[in-house]
Design a protein around this ligand. Structure first.
Ligand SMILES: [Ca+2]
Length: 336
């Protein structure tokens, strides 16, 4: 009783000034029956969901191999990966400054620790990357949980402290620490899919990639990072409409089993055509063209935008050309 009187006295003497400015209603997070969590980034759906596959140009205007995908629905902004350090500063940061009008990125996903995925979060200096944009705030960061000994990884992890919450893939899949498995924007869902590797200490960084599936009514997009050993995923997934080829289209990923499970209508290759790995190789292209002819590569088209109202989708870019009709393909690959 004495304690209660003290609380009342403090309440009265401070003039009842309670600051609600940082108050986040708990009702936007739901615990599911299986122990996982769903978070509503917004209760409202947008009329048009926009997904951009960025052509990652450095400060010499040359495309570099890497991944960066930006998702927008009204004021909800999601970025998946940010390319290497240079393109993060030269391409991704200016792009986000233009697109993220409310200066708040609700969700950042770093699929795995390779430099061509997390370098751009750090940028050319730690003040010039995607996680250091002036006046921007970052609500939630999802990272793979793989502990790398690289400098870019330690710089990236240092910057994650800017976010309100940071979770790894394994905790998200299980609902540990109230980490989120399913993000919702109205009836749009972005779900983390199991790959069997999120808690595997022996798995490579590529296989530790966080895989996410974006669904807006009838239209689906898959973002697999650089996952290479895709048997588990292939056995647990069905058709998607738009598939960002895994590992930039490398033949070490994108198995026939996965492609046959997905039967994608559209495949996006986020690569540069000049890298030392010869990606995308003829072998993986043969597997992809056995499924679909609608394949586009960011380095031949420029940044690709695929927008949807949930029923149909629309693909645009500055130079939209099917990969098989591009100069690069005609000089370097064949349709078998
Ligand atoms: Ca926002």
């Amino acid at each position: 009783m004495k304690k209660l009187l003290c609380v009342i006295l403090i309440f009265l003497t401070t003039g009842c000034t309670i600051d609600y400015s940082n108050f986040t209603p708990r009702s936007n997070i739901i615990k599911n029956k299986d122990g996982t969590y769903t978070k509503y980034l917004s209760k409202d759906t947008c009329s048009t969901l926009e997904v951009y596959y960025l052509d990652l140009k450095d400060n010499n205007n040359e495309t570099k191999i890497g991944d960066s995908t930006y998702i927008k629905c009204n004021d909800i902004d999601i970025i998946i990966d940010a390319g290497v350090k240079n393109v993060g500063s030269s391409t991704v940061v200016p792009f986000l400054k233009e697109k993220v009008t409310d200066k708040k990125i609700e969700l950042v996903i770093a699929t795995h620790t390779d430099n061509d995925h997390i370098g751009g979060f750090v940028g050319l200096s730690k003040k010039e990357g995607v996680l250091s944009i002036t006046d921007f705030t970052y609500d939630y960061i999802l990272e793979s949980g793989y502990v790398s000994d690289s400098n870019v990884y330690s710089d990236f992890m240092e910057l994650t402290t800017k976010a309100s919450k940071v979770c790894n893939a394994y905790d998200s899949l299980l609902g540990n620490n109230e980490c989120i498995k399913i993000f919702k924007i109205g009836n749009i869902t972005l779900e983390i899919l199991d790959t069997s590797f999120y808690n595997s200490q022996n798995a490579s960084p590529n296989n530790r990639s966080i895989v996410t599936l974006l669904t807006y009514n009838n239209i689906t997009y898959l973002f697999p990072g650089d996952l290479e050993d895709d048997e588990y995923l292939a056995n647990n997934i069905s058709h998607v409409d738009i598939f960002k080829a895994s590992h930039h289209g490398a033949s070490s990923a994108n198995s026939t089993s996965l492609l046959q499970a997905l039967t994608p209508e559209v495949i996006i290759l986020s690569t540069d055509g000049t890298n030392n790995y010869d990606i995308p190789q003829q072998e993986s292209l043969d597997r992809m063209y056995a499924i679909t002819n609608q394949i586009y590569a960011t380095f031949t088209t420029g940044t690709i935008k695929i927008s949807t109202d949930g029923n149909t989708y629309n693909i645009t870019s500055d130079n939209l050309i099917l990969f098989q009709n591009s100069e690069w393909f005609l000089q370097n690959r064949t349709l078998n």
